[in-house]
Design a protein around this ligand. Sequence first.
Ligand SMILES: Nc1ncnc2c1ncn2[C@@H]1O[C@H](COP(=O)(O)OP(=O)(O)OP(=O)(O)O)[C@@H](O)[C@H]1O
Ligand SMILES: O=c1[nH]cnc2c1ncn2[C@@H]1O[C@H](CO)[C@@H](O)[C@H]1O
Length: 432
Amino acid sequence: MKFPGLRKIKHYFPVSQPKPQLPSFEVRPELDTYIVGLDQTIVDVVASVSDEFLQKYNIRKGLSNLVEHGKANLIYQELVAQQAISDHFAGGTIGNTIHNYSVLADDKSVLLGVMSANIALGSPAYHYVCHTSSKVDMNHLQGVAGDIGRGITMITPDGERTFVIDPSDMDELSPDYIPTDIIAGAAAFVVSAYPLRATDQPIQQAMFKALQDAKAHNVPVVMSLGTRHLVEENREQILSTIKDYVNVLAMNELEAEALTGCADPLKAAEAILDHTDMVLITAGPEGLYLCGHTDDNVKRESSNPIKSASLADFNQYEFSRPMLHANCDKPLKVYSHIDPYLGGPERIKNTNGAGDGALSAILHDMAANHFHKQVQPLSGKHEQPYLAYSSFAQICKYANRVSYEILVQNAPRLSKGLPEREDSLEEAYWER
Ligand SMILES: Nc1ncnc2c1ncn2[C@@H]1O[C@H](COP(=O)(O)OP(=O)(O)OP(=O)(O)O)[C@@H](O)[C@H]1O
Ligand SMILES: O=c1[nH]cnc2c1ncn2[C@@H]1O[C@H](CO)[C@@H](O)[C@H]1O
């Protein structure tokens, strides 16, 4: 486990101690620190298109559009004929998130989903496997006869991305392929709301089996909301899933509005915190918000400038560490916000995956806390059952920095970790 940021001596963190066991790529629940993600396995086929192209096929811009195979094929063939396809990348919102987690933490994660049992050169499954970190354990995937999903990622001249999803066999995941022991030992279980639109498909039962396993073993459940119309169309089911299972909810400001009716991210976060423990709301050029709970007895005042917006002095306690609502004697809602790192890249070609990147940073901080608690159970850092190692403010910085990296490299999956010299996130930009 690489720690998210160099820490001062008081934060003793034995990252360099060699592990006595022989190395293994397969996750061993009793020995490893890891997170588990469940996803509709999808390869992203990236293409440049005009706005007229979207209109011609009646595709809703900026959203993830689920279409039937025939229509997706027609679109794909036209893009091939126009030579508009630039490349194939591994995708899937949770696949991206756990890949990025493994790159940032330099540690293991487990992917649950389907994979073509026979992988031909150049097939969607081939591209997926080629572009996934070797630290992502794929030993628990379910083999299927057909292809994994294909997500045609259409980039319009304004840099906006629109998905056309051809599901193929991506929703075939059966509950039999949910390994309870692997989930039980995880630092977190992460899933998106996308499987909720796969009505009557096996992946829905698989997802609920995994959620029940995580809940039964007190593994924090992290859910990302996917895309705005998914929330609009499945609002009640999503809300009840959040109330029953979810500890950390991630979304962009449009999804937050669809869920709560509040266009203002702070007000939306305040409303969502009535149902869950922590909330990430990314807001594009407005930066991101991380909000959650802490116990009033251990709240910490921020030394940053205090901000007011729709909530007065909202970031006053952003130096507190996140806790589950149920673990607080006197729960206090905490809000933190950060503007884009360095104001954002000079030119953004495509924002695909920037939100997933922010979530992987949060997962890294949560897993670091889990690891630290295992190796230093008596440390003062664990006097309370905290959900993450760092404060809301520090996690915001880290999440923001990772989003920036995704934006500059123009792909949803990190090809390398963050630069070492910036590890503390205090050097360079932060102390200016
Ligand atoms: N135009 C921009 N300028 C500066 N920073 C940006 C811009 N767009 C995104 N960011 C950064 O990336 C983060 C996440 O972006 P955004 O809100 O677009 O995520 P998203 O819509 O959830 O993305 P995705 O669903 O593709 O993962 C923002 O919080 C911000 O830090
Ligand atoms: O229906 C879906 N299920 C799972 N992942 C999806 C779906 N639609 C889009 N993405 C994934 O979201 C990522 C960017 O956040 C893309 O990589 C895309 O593959």
